[in-house]
Write a protein that binds this ligand. Sequence first.
Ligand SMILES: NC(=O)C1=CN([C@@H]2O[C@H](COP(=O)(O)OP(=O)(O)OC[C@H]3O[C@@H](n4cnc5c(N)ncnc54)[C@H](OP(=O)(O)O)[C@@H]3O)[C@@H](O)[C@H]2O)C=CC1
Ligand SMILES: CC(=O)[C@@H](O)[C@H](O)COP(=O)(O)O
Ligand SMILES: [Mn+2]
Length: 391
Amino acid sequence: MNKGIAILGSTGSIGRQTLEVVDRSEGRLTVQALAAGSNWKELLAQIEIYRPRLAAMMETEAAERLAEALRERELSIPVVTGEAGLAEAACLPEVDTVVTAVSGAIGLGPTMAAIEAGKEIALANKETLVAAGPLVMAAARRREVAILPVDSEHSAIFQCLQGQDRRLARLILTASGGPFRDKSLEELHQVTPEDALRHPNWRMGPKITIDSASLMNKGLEVIEARWLFDIDFDDIEVLVHPQSIVHSMVEFADGSFLGQMGLPDMRLPIQYALTYPERWQTGWPRLDFTKTAALTFRRPDLERFPSLELALTAGRTGGSLPAVMNAANEVAVHAFLDHRIGFMDIPRIVREAMEAHEWQKEPDLPAIRQADAWARRFVAEQVGKGREVSA
Ligand SMILES: NC(=O)C1=CN([C@@H]2O[C@H](COP(=O)(O)OP(=O)(O)OC[C@H]3O[C@@H](n4cnc5c(N)ncnc54)[C@H](OP(=O)(O)O)[C@@H]3O)[C@@H](O)[C@H]2O)C=CC1
Ligand SMILES: CC(=O)[C@@H](O)[C@H](O)COP(=O)(O)O
Ligand SMILES: [Mn+2]
């Protein structure tokens, strides 16, 4: 198997781990395009190693600095910019698979463009499916494009479903519970961004790490699973599993459970999405069952973690509400990271946005974008910033 890949979000946690997978691929995976937001220095370093055909930077000024640095090094690699630039990187003829690893709903446009261009998607950017699951999946079906999960839980489920009769199957999504799983409601009002960024099991980008701490991440993942696996919300259960060893499970009609296990290491699901249906040898650390702590499971506490319930409500209601919930959460999370609001203000503000929104039952892509933009403005006003906070 040989594949040309584009990585949208190559400078982030998933992006850099994808490049590690490429490094071990013995030339079977080749980097055709790299894209990021504003970190032009990191992108430059990656370009010098991987020599893609095209580079994209969301921010214009960063794109200009990157282009200048490339000229100085006599590297004739074009740099494109903005959302259209990310889409162009994803749609290059030499690209077979697009790894969508940007953070936030900004991934939606380039992912849709890639699907329309017939590219296979290795999907890490869950916000895309949260905001517009029905539209994304319909486009993928129409273009006969595979959407292969990178998210660890969805990769686990995908692996467990291979070759199975999945009628009447139920999904059990595991959650680490994050750094605050044993904190009281009173304590949760006092936690800081620094506390929330200390995830017990995974090293990830800041936005998803805060989502893990609030359990919003699990809510987003339930919606992601609903669309990826075409399954009812009633057939998806969340269980807190602090060890993050069982990455998720499927319960079949006959009462059999299949789970996928491994150390918490995103390189494995990234590689599986890129090599499916093949499994390649890896030299990464492996699970040693004789040294593994007891595996425990419990139900999540929705009173202490209201973000999970908000996401489930948005998912079940559907229409434009998931896009609003997701955008509101993105802006609130950034405000929390900037010390402008408290941790428990995140769900309060998301709830306010959901309640104030004028719901649409079957929004098209422009309507989804409008709902997303409305929610960003709404939350920016709520946090007293008075200007739009970008994704
Ligand atoms: N990290 C993980 O282990 C997991 C992540 N995911 C999902 O993968 C996605 C990426 O997460 P993660 O790698 O942790 O995030 P990071 O914050 O580490 O990286 C985000 C990447 O997106 C780029 N980016 C940010 N904002 C924009 C923008 N407006 N336009 C274009 N590019 C942008 C960043 O570029 P720059 O560096 O220039 O800012 C960076 O390359 C998220 O959707 C997350 O939920 C899912 C499962 C696990
Ligand atoms: C690695 C990964 O897939 C993350 O989405 C992970 O699930 C976060 O951990 P939580 O279970 O704490 O949300
Ligand atoms: Mn996950």
